[in-house]
Design a binder for this molecule. Structure first.
Ligand code: GLC
Ligand code: GLC
Length: 807
């Protein structure tokens, strides 16, 4: 069952009903100002930091769900309704929400009146625009009232939900010329305020929520729109909000457009006031002035579309499969940009007050956006590397505003160091910017401890070698990629964090997964050393990788698949010898990506085991069988009920590793089958089961042991986005950047047939035509001339290179 459809031409997903199984959202903003918006107008916005600078209020966990948003209400002769359906939930004659690239357009029609709300954040402007067009579709003249409404958040989103003894006394606003200014705490240490204005005369306003709603009412029964008359209330403490009343008259067929601007303004410390207690509104007025006309707003919207045209142009595919095309060309890349902008901060599953930027997460996100915004990737790399410690380990997270490591979470996730190498290698392959390796980068943000980025990579590389256990495998520390495999934790206190509880000392818990990562990522370190002329270091690194591979073969192989780990006591995890958690997905993918077992049949065997034990029609579960009781020696993983999250859930983040592994062993059909299982566009028809947005990946789909098998959770902010883009663009369609050229090595299901990839990189364009699919080992011609191998050398900037790949 579907609740909408893709409009690929417009790069939109069109939701045809308000009654989706969950709010289906989109993101606004690309630089510093961001908004989340659901298909029924819910969500909120913030400047740079979703916790510290939140402009509007949103209530997680609330009923009705999705409470808080930008609400427009119409009172048409006593008939009160919202074009976004919510909050009033008055039935509409027509409803449609189009989520596009950085904008959302919500249209509702009732009783011969159509209202369409376009929401977007202009490029480089710290404001959210709500452009409302009302059209009289009836054959009689209409005169009606329209009300805008937002509720202000008192800036710090955590405080806003917890500190009522203070907050309910501090709210302050000003109203001038129809614009509403939210200035809570501006009197003291803040030099920023919010403004909500409209480019039309208003008939009234409200800034006090209790007046607007009527005390005790929900948004769906707000008093002012029902009365058809604003209260002209001025908030003093309690709950500041902003609502404008517009009186509109439309002849039959006539349309009118109004632009509402919700902006964030900062003033210089010594220029805060116009007069005592009255804010200096110069910046705010200039902002409103920019959106004084519909033409000006339209021009900003056109700029936003051009911004996305340019971004999405560096990798495109044309094939006979629309679903593949739309995922590659539009939605998967779009989601990668959103993870770049948001990291794991604000979604409908992340509150924006919790997690900072993950060291591991940010490096992986980079793999999916480096081709889109290489300069910003460079900056991100330096930020991330600056939070590394001198021994190669790293803060597990850092705070985006300060870029400092997060002490509360600390360090000790022993996979972290290696991800930095993969991020840097991806960046250099994309750009050829080897000079980044000479950048002086601090350790722990201490400039006095700065060393070259290459030195950081060396310490990353050495970390697993220096922290090796009794089998020669890397020690796991707090956890590796799997945050919930906490082999040293032994937590028995409810509520204690598995990630920060003091680890028990004296254990020997080792990770086969990190060993696989070392085999997969280590060669990039060696390659970088060699290209810098340090042959001895390259040779040392290659020898260390070879040794690690042997260690995995000797101590990391269970007979039919790769082991997952050794626990605190040295017992195997992920072995056929136990009844539960016999086989885990992570080491199967990564060991094979590291080339382990590829020439002696073990890789195929491991992949066959994945197919037999882990695969389901909805993707591969993380391990099988799931744990049915709490295993204190394994940590958080077994706290989840079977089939959810890290306990037998389908992690769409590590399915791609198995897909890549299948391409490495050349099994195009399995790779393709697994890709389609988890990719949202292919799941659109089962939206009633999947339940989340059919245009973006979710972190997890409930596994086979869960009663809600196939149901997705945690959409948008997940490493799933980047890993699936890497998989489909680089391994299935098979076009990937390398140091000296573009590798063309397709391995995708026969069903796809002939296709063409256009790739822009280092200033040149490559038009790559793949003649047929279903196998691996294409022969290439470059501008008509056959070449050896599968690397197309980088061409001069400005040139266009024609590549033909035939099987
Ligand atoms: C979440 C975390 C990521 C981790 C994964 C598995 O996606 O953000 O860092 O690797 O869960 O636990
Ligand atoms: C990751 C995991 C989650 C775990 C969390 C701990 O997000 O997906 O299951 O609880 O990390 O920080």
């Amino acid at each position: 069952m579907q609740f909408g459809h893709f409009d690929d031409e417009a790069r939109e997903y069109v939701i045809e009903t308000p009654h989706t199984p969950y709010p289906w959202i989109n993101y606004l903003g690309a630089q510093e100002f961001f908004g989340l918006v659901s298909h029924t107008g819910g969500g909120y916005c913030f400047y740079r930091d979703a916790k510290m600078r939140r402009l509007t209020r949103y209530r997680y966990n609330n009923t009705p769900v999705d409470d808080g948003g930008r609400f427009f209400s119409i009172n048409d002769g006593g008939d009160v309704w919202s074009p976004s359906y919510r909050p009033y939930k008055t039935e509409l004659d027509f409803f449609e929400t189009r989520h596009g690239m950085g904008y959302t357009r919500i249209t509702g029609e009732r009783g011969g009146l159509r209202a369409s709300v376009l929401l977007f954040v202009p490029v480089d402007i710290n404001a959210e625009i709500h452009q409302v067009t009302v059209t009289n579709t009836s054959d009689a003249a209409k005169s009606f009232s329209m009300f805008s409404f937002i509720e202000f958040n008192l800036w710090n989103a955590e405080d806003d939900q917890t500190n009522y003894q203070r907050n309910l006394s501090i709210g302050e606003v000003e109203v001038e010329d129809g614009a509403i200014y939210h200035k809570t705490e501006y009197r003291e240490r803040r030099n920023h305020f919010a403004v909500y204005g409209v480019n039309a005369p208003i008939a009234g306003f409200d800034t006090d929520r209790d007046t607007y709603l009527g005390y005790g009412n929900g948004f769906h029964e707000a008093a002012v729109p029902h009365a058809g008359k604003a209260g002209n209330s001025v908030a003093s403490g309690w709950y500041p909000c902003a609502s404008h009343q517009l009186e509109i008259e439309l002849a039959p067929g006539e349309s009118q457009t109004f632009t509402f601007t919700l902006g964030y303004i900062e003033n210089a410390e010594d220029d805060k006031w116009e007069s005592k207690g009255v804010i200096n509104k110069t910046g705010a007025k200039a902002l409103l002035e920019r959106f004084a006309t519909t033409e000006a707003t339209d021009a900003e919207f056109a700029k936003l579309n051009a911004y996305w045209d340019q971004l999405l142009g560096s990798y495109t595919v044309e094939s006979g499969d629309d679903k593949l095309n739309r995922m590659v060309n539009i939605w998967n890349q779009y989601q990668c940009m959103v993870t770049y902008n948001m990291s794991r901060s604000a979604s409908y599953f992340e509150t924006g007050i919790g997690r900072g930027m993950g060291f591991r997460d940010s490096n992986q996100d980079l793999l999916g956006f480096v081709h889109l915004v290489p300069e910003r990737a460079r900056e991100r790399i330096i930020d991330i590397a600056s939070t590394q410690f001198e021994d190669g380990s790293a803060y597990h997270q850092y705070q985006p505003l300060t870029k400092r490591g997060n002490h509360a979470l600390g360090s000790g996730f022993n996979d972290d160091p290696l991800w930095l190498i993969s991020g840097v290698a991806a960046y250099i392959k994309e750009t050829g910017d080897f000079a980044i390796l000479d950048e002086m980068v601090p350790f722990d943000n201490d400039e006095s401890k700065a060393q070259s980025l290459m030195e950081h990579l060396k310490r990353s590389f050495n970390h697993p070698l220096e922290k090796a256990g009794p089998h020669g495998l890397p020690l796991i520390g707090r956890a590796d990629w799997n945050d919930c495999l906490n082999l040293n934790c032994f937590s028995s206190t409810p509520g204690e964090s598995f990630q920060t509880t003091e680890n028990q000392a004296g254990g020997v818990a080792e990770s086969v997964f990190i060993a696989g990562m070392f085999a997969a990522i280590g060669p990039d370190y060696a390659a970088l050393a060699r290209r810098r002329g340090d042959e001895a270091e390259a040779v040392r690194a290659e020898a260390a990788v070879a040794t690690m591979k042997q260690v995995v073969l000797d101590h990391g192989w269970d007979g039919e698949w790769f082991l997952r780990a050794y626990d605190f006591y040295g017992n195997k995890v992920g072995t056929n010898e136990t009844a539960e958690g016999k086989i885990w997905i992570e080491p199967q993918g990564f060991c094979i990506m590291g080339g382990i077992g590829v020439d002696d049949g073990k890789a195929i065997k491991a992949l066959d085991s994945c197919r037999e034990h882990l695969n389901t029609p909805h993707g591969m579960v993380l391990q099988s069988p799931a744990y049915t009781s709490y295993q204190i020696q394994l940590g958080e993983v077994s706290t989840y009920p079977p089939g959810y999250k890290e306990n037998g859930g389908i992690f769409c983040h590590n399915n791609p590793w198995v897909i890549i592994a299948e391409t490495i062993v050349g099994r195009a059909e399995y790779a393709w089958e697994y890709y389609k299982q988890i990719t949202p566009a292919y799941r659109e028809e089962i939206s009633e089961i999947h339940r989340l947005e059919p245009y973006v990946y979710a972190q997890m789909i409930a596994g086979k042991e869960a009663s809600r098998h196939g149901e997705a959770k945690n959409s948008w902010l997940t490493g799933t986005a980047s890993w699936n883009f890497v998989t489909v663009s680089q391994y299935l369609l098979g076009v990937r950047a390398d140091y000296d050229g573009l590798v063309v090595d397709p391995c995708i299901g026969e069903e796809v047939g002939e296709y063409t990839v256009r790739r822009q990189i280092r200033g040149a364009t490559y038009v790559i035509n793949v003649k047929s699919t279903g196998a691996k080992g294409a022969k290439l011609t470059v501008d008509g001339v056959a070449i050896e191998g599968n690397t197309v050398p980088y061409a001069a900037a400005g040139s266009t290179v024609q590549v033909v790949a035939s099987l």
